[in-house]
Design a protein around this ligand. Structure first.
Ligand code: TMP
Ligand code: ASP
Length: 255
C-alpha cells in the first residue's frame, strides 16, 4: 500500500489523507494527555477502545438526526471521517460540578446543577485553553452568531440524549466536551457537524450507584485502573462483547 500522507499529528490522534476528496482517516493512539498537554502518558489499548466507543456514540447521534463527521470504522484504531473546517472552540456541558468548575468556584465535586451549564473554551494549548464568551468568539471571528446558536442547540440535545443513553448503562454523565466543524453539503450549504471524538477521554463518567470514576480523571489524578475503566464503559455500552480489546472481532459499521 502506498504510504498515506499524514495531515496532522494531535495529542492523542493522527489524521491521514482519506481515500476520496473530503474524507480523512482518524487514527486513535494510546497516548494520553491532561491539563492542556502538561501531563503525558500512555494507556495501553485506549486507542482501540476510544475508536469503538466514539464510533458507537456518533452512530447513535446520527440515529437521532445530529450530524457528525463519522462515516465508518475502518479497523481497530481508525475511522473514516468527513473533512471539516475546524471551529477552534471546545464546548463543555456540565450536569454536576466537577473538575475545573469545582476548583474555580470552590464547590464540592458531585454537587448537582439546577440546570445544565454550557461553557466555551478557546482550542489553544499554548494559551492554556482559556474560557471565552460568545463575545470573544464572534469578535475574533472563530464562529458566526448563527454557528454559535446551532452548536448550542446541538450541544444541549446531545447532552439530553447521551445522559439518557449512559443512564441506561448505569453511568452518570457528569460533564463532557464536544467539538464542531463546518461542512458543506452537495448544494454548497454550510452546516455545523459534530467532530473529533466522544469517549472517556472527553467525558466525566461516574458509576451511577457507586460514583466510581470511569474516565480520564483516573489518569489525571493517578487513580490507576485507567484502561480497565475505559473497558468497563465499552462493555456497558455493549461495544465490547468479550473480555478485552484484543478479543474484539472485526466488524464493519456503515452509516
Ligand atoms: P474541566 O473540568 O477540565 O473543565 O473539563 C470538563 C469536561 O470537559 C471533562 O469531561 C473533560 C472535558 N474536557 C476535555 O475533554 N478537553 C478539554 O480540553 C477540556 C477543557 C475539557
Ligand atoms: N485540554 C486538556 C487535555 O490536555 C483537558 C484535560 O485535562 O483533559 O486533554
Amino acid at each position: 500500500m502506498a504510504k498515506r500522507r499524514r495531515i496532522y499529528e494531535g495529542k492523542t490522534k493522527d489524521l491521514f489523507e482519506g481515500p476520496e476528496p473530503g474524507t480523512i482517516v482518524q487514527h486513535f493512539r494510546d497516548d494520553a494527555t491532561a491539563f492542556n498537554n502538561k501531563k503525558q502518558g500512555t494507556i495501553t489499548g485506549k486507542g482501540v477502545l476510544n475508536n469503538r466507543i466514539s464510533e458507537y456514540l456518533m452512530l447513535r447521534l446520527h440515529d437521532i438526526g445530529v450530524p457528525t463527521h463519522f462515516i465508518r470504522r475502518l479497523n481497530m484504531r481508525e475511522q473514516l471521517i468527513r473533512e471539516v473546517e475546524v471551529i477552534p472552540i471546545k464546548i463543555v456541558i456540565r450536569n454536576a460540578v466537577a473538575g475545573s468548575m469545582a476548583e474555580r468556584f470552590g464547590i464540592d465535586e458531585g454537587t448537582p446543577l439546577p440546570r445544565s451549564i454550557v461553557e466555551y473554551y478557546w482550542k489553544n494549548d499554548e494559551h492554556n485553553a482559556p474560557m471565552v464568551s460568545e463575545e470573544h468568539i464572534t469578535a475574533f471571528g472563530w464562529a458566526a452568531p448563527q454557528d454559535i446558536d446551532d452548536m448550542l442547540a446541538l450541544s444541549l440535545r446531545i447532552n439530553d440524549y447521551l445522559s439518557g443513553l449512559f443512564f441506561g448503562a448505569r453511568i452518570k454523565l457528569v460533564d463532557f466536551k464536544i467539538e464542531f466543524g463546518r461542512n458543506y453539503d452537495e448544494n454548497g450549504d454550510m452546516r455545523v457537524i459534530v467532530a473529533d471524538e466522544i469517549s472517556p477521554d472527553t467525558c466525566r463518567l461516574w458509576d451511577s450507584e457507586t460514583g466510581e470514576k470511569l474516565d480520564k480523571d483516573r489518569f489525571r489524578r493517578d487513580l490507576g485502573g485507567v484502561a480497565e475503566a475505559y473497558q468497563e464503559v465499552a462493555r456497558r455500552l455493549g461495544v465490547l462483547p468479550t473480555s478485552g480489546p484484543g478479543d474484539v472481532a472485526e466488524t464493519t459499521t456503515v452509516q
